[in-house]
Design a protein around this ligand. Sequence first.
Ligand code: PHE
Length: 340
Amino acid sequence: MLETLNALESEGLQALEALSASEELPVWYRGYLGRKGRLTDVLRGLGALSAEERPGAGRRANEVKEALETAFHSRQDHIREAELQASIAGGAVDVTLPGRPVAPGHLHLSTRTLRRVREIFAEMGFQVYDSPEVETDEYNFELLNIPAYHPARDMWDTFWINDKVVLRTHTSPGQIRCMRENHPHPIRVILPGKCYRYEQITPRSEHQFYQVEGLAVGHRIRLTDLIGTMQEFASKMYGAGRRMRIRGSYFPFTEPSVEVDMDCILCSGKGCRVCKHTGWLEVAGAGMVHPVVLRNGGYDPEVWSGFAFGMGVERPAMLMHGIDDIRLFYGNDLRFLHQF
Ligand code: PHE
């Protein structure tokens, strides 16, 4: 047995040295070390040995196996290196060829839409206020007049980080941060940013999306200021002369609360599939800042008033570009992204 192993080892090493091309490597490997290779054959024979012979033969067999493996890998490296050098020397690699161009990227549709929204509000004197995406229960709900166990919490399916921290469900908590930072001065800001809701992902709803919040706080600010601002925004964003309407609604942090609609940009109010034959599209949830919220922000509601609104970003982009599935925004499919 030992002789067989010794012979196998020297034969194997010799055969390895004789190899010169990388295609021959797997053939050698199968022949010596593979499942049906010669060493495996020898190892199978170990069982037939006597109890005295077996340990010695087993040890030697392992040595041979390791020696062949090691030799194989160094031979493989050697052959590959030689082949690479030969191909460079033979001019197969033209190092003077220009590199493959990297396609320049461009802005994501959401980013472009957001930039347009910022631009329009900037023209009306609104600054941008950034506030965190990871919020406390206090800012996301409590200070916005939504106490724990208030049924209005059902309006926002929430990702909880722990029992005090959430991924913000809307941009409204930024209202409080902005007011606390700026009181007692007037405010005119938009708060654009990502929001998160624990929702089933469907063609119409994602669990992450952008909102743009708006907040104006000052003296004698009225609902008509809100409507005028929305009218101006809609005309700039969707085309001159949009017709607006407001409907009564409910949000805990505004009083009164409204939904702002505009005439459907596709059918101009005649009624179509997109506006579900109503002739109207929802633009924003909005209202006059609730006295409790003003107070939480550090403003005396007897002296100050304000309006706030919150609008989606993906939905209007979908309408404008005829996109029928919101999941495309985060699907990372370049065929989709390159179109905008
Ligand atoms: N935060 C509300 C929402 O996400 C929208 C809103 C903002 C309503 C500001 C009124 C005022 O549903």
